[in-house]
Write a protein that binds this ligand. Structure first.
Ligand code: ADP
Ligand code: ZN
Length: 605
């Protein structure tokens, strides 16, 4: 589209990407760039950040630089752009010298619209890239995963620090910082460190309404997992484990149980890792059992479930990982298995030597993760509040909103807990208290404590149940945590009323959660399985031909739309969301034929 007709953002959206409308905030951000201003974009994973810089890149003259920490992600994005007929490329250390040179020539000739770069590439002294870019015709610099520049975030990367110089070097060009996770502190830090000038901040809702959240106690978790997976036959998902070993052993057990699963962790040889990731992206491998090394670069839109077998270290990580489900807008499920034992295990990661400040931040973040796991109220509300966002009390799409709590008279339970705290002189933490209440034989328990009257009075309840009750007693202010890095439990004025005044305490007990609204898919649900399979096969064939993952040809959401609308002409296919001009031309006829074929067969019956 090299003519000089004034294009509007909406035209670009329709022409290249095949969508009819912007999502909230996208258009405002795009206009900000067009006016030459800096911006900060906060949007959840799957919210549609990429279009915020891709559309202006196509509207403005010159080249848009996209800085991204992840090579896998770059390749995916560039593939997706090219499939839509947009000239894009990435520059990383995997490219040969001559490939790099030819790229530079393309930039010279003004042929490229978007260039993806890792930060270390940009500032590598051998490339003189900054100097070169200064002389090139740049339209925008977009910094993706911008929270990596801040120590306050959870994913600080030293390479990002150097981006601070860039703002001065490229003074006349608008900058855009994008992230899916940033609390207020991190947000301000990003602005400062990148040197954004009076940026327009756009903060989208972090709510992911199509994701259902659930937490279950980590008991018989493998059996529970198998039951959970039954709902997802043939669908893709990610299962996160804390250690490399557990990813290996779980993948093996799943395979033995008939589920196609492979492990993924940083200890595997790079080729093996890439091969497994590639298979997962191409839908050749349904389930990946991974450490958190997996996923930062995963843009796969049809992930239907994310399971955490172990406790994540912080809400940011958890939210980002669960956010990988349902990026296409179709239902996704997030399940976490929680055990108190994990908390102790994770505590060791929160201590950063010679950095008390950072240690304190990490410890606090772990505490909030525990709080989430023990929550009796709406999980979505907690998550949204965590990211400084208001939310209604009930979401009707998390285990707590769907499940019922029965309220029980918890006075005796509270009395046991509170008197144990008193007996232990208010000087022990939650883990110790639970062991003490349960009369654990653990060597941790001091011998003097084993003779106390309250030792073992709570052995009828599991560790997880106790941990839940204790958290609830803290929320109700019958107990409080004090001190750091190892907080101890202390009594409060309210707790004395329970111990001596006979005040009664109400606690909640959980009944089996009601079945969540199924993961059966809304629109296409009525569509014929046979047709969906045929469309998938066709998509697969085209993807193999183009050597890209299947969802880059068309997303699951687009595929469902095809199955539901049954467009049998190219004109009708053009109306299906996800079919831009290029895709309609290139792939439309193939899908049209599949649908025509299907309609013919229906007539015969
Ligand atoms: P993020 O980078 O914020 O995680 P993406 O940019 O990858 O999210 O977008 C997620 C999905 O939403 C993609 O499949 C994209 O095509 C789709 N999407 C983005 N904007 C729109 C829109 N305006 N209309 C329809 N789909 C959109
Ligand atoms: Zn809820």
């Amino acid at each position: 589209m090299k003519n000089h007709l004034p294009m509007e953002p909406l035209d670009i959206l329709k022409h290249y990407f095949g969508f009819d409308a912007f999502r909230p905030n996208q258009e405002r951000i795009i206009r900000t760039v067009l006016e030459g201003e800096d911006s900060l974009v906060l949007m959840p994973t799957g919210g549609g950040k990429s279009l915020c810089y891709q559309v202006p890149a196509l509207l403005r003259d010159g080249l848009t630089i996209v800085i991204s920490p992840l090579i896998a992600l770059m390749k995916d994005q560039v593939d997706a752009l090219r499939v839509n007929g947009i000239p894009a490329a990435y520059l990383n250390s995997a490219l040969s010298r001559s490939q790099q040179d030819s790229l530079i020539r393309q930039i010279h000739r003004n042929e490229l619209k978007l260039l993806y770069l890792a930060p270390e590439r940009l500032l590598a002294s051998d490339m003189h890239l900054v100097g070169f870019l200064k002389k090139s015709n740049l339209s925008l610099v977009a910094v993706d995963e911008a929270h990596c520049i801040s120590q306050w975030g959870h994913d600080f990367r030293p390479d990002y620090r150097m981006l601070g110089q860039l703002r001065n070097e490229l003074a006349g060009i608008p900058f855009m910082a994008l992230t899916a996770t940033a609390d207020r502190l991190t947000r301000n830090d990003i602005i400062q460190r990148l040197g954004l000038r009076d940026p327009v901040c756009s903060i989208s809702s972090f709510n992911r309404p199509n994701i259902h959240y659930a937490v279950e106690p980590k008991r018989n978790s493998f059996t529970r997992l198998l039951r959970f997976l039954e709902d997802f036959r043939g669908e893709s998902g990610i299962i996160y484990c804390l250690s490399r070993n557990s990813t290996e052993s779980l993948a093996k057990k799943l395979k033995a149980a008939g589920y196609p699963a492979e492990a993924y962790h940083a200890g595997l040889p790079a080729e093996e890792r890439e091969a497994r990731q590639e298979k997962f992206l191409k839908d050749d491998l349904r389930i990946i059992v991974a450490t958190i090394a997996f996923g930062m670069g995963i843009d796969k839109s049809n992930v239907r479930f994310v399971v955490h077998m172990d406790l994540p270290r912080n809400i940011e990580g958890y939210y980002q990982e669960t956010g990988r489900a349902g990026r296409d807008g179709l239902p996704g499920k997030a399940l976490l298995f929680y055990s108190y034992a994990d908390v102790n295990k994770l505590k060791q990661f929160t201590t950063i030597e010679h950095n008390a400040e950072q240690s304190r931040i990490l410890e606090k973040k772990l505490g909030q993760m525990v709080q989430y796991s023990n929550l009796r109220t709406c999980r979505r509300k907690f998550l949204l509040n965590y990211f400084d966002e208001e939310a209604p009390d009930q979401c009707s799409a998390c285990d707590n909103c769907l499940g019922k709590y029965t309220y029980i008279d918890g006075t005796i339970i509270a009395q046991k807990a509170l008197s144990a705290v008193a007996r232990l002189n208010e000087s022990f933490g939650m883990g110790y208290l639970i062991d003490f209440l349960r009369g654990a034989s653990s060597a941790r328990i001091r011998s003097g404590h084993k003779n106390l009257k309250t030792f073992g009075v709570g052995r009828d309840l599991s560790r997880e149940t106790w941990s839940g009750y204790l958290e609830e007693l803290i929320v109700q202010e019958y107990l409080r945590k004090s001190g750091h890095p190892y907080p101890v439990l202390k009594l409060t004025p309210k707790s004395r009323r329970v111990l001596t005044g006979g005040e009664s305490v109400t606690l909640s007990a959980r009944t089996e959660p009601a079945e969540a609204p199924g993961n059966s898919l809304p629109d296409g649900a009525t569509a014929d399985r046979q047709l969906v399979d045929a469309l998938r096969r066709e998509r697969r064939r085209l993807a193999d031909r183009e050597k890209v993952p299947a969802y880059i040809i068309i997303s699951d959401a687009t595929l469902r739309e095809l199955a539901a609308r049954l467009p049998s002409t190219l004109e009708a296919i053009r109306q299906v969301p996800g079919f831009g001009e290029i895709k309609t031309e290139k792939y439309g006829p193939f899908f049209r034929d599949v649908i025509r074929n299907y309609l013919e067969n229906c007539k015969d019956e």
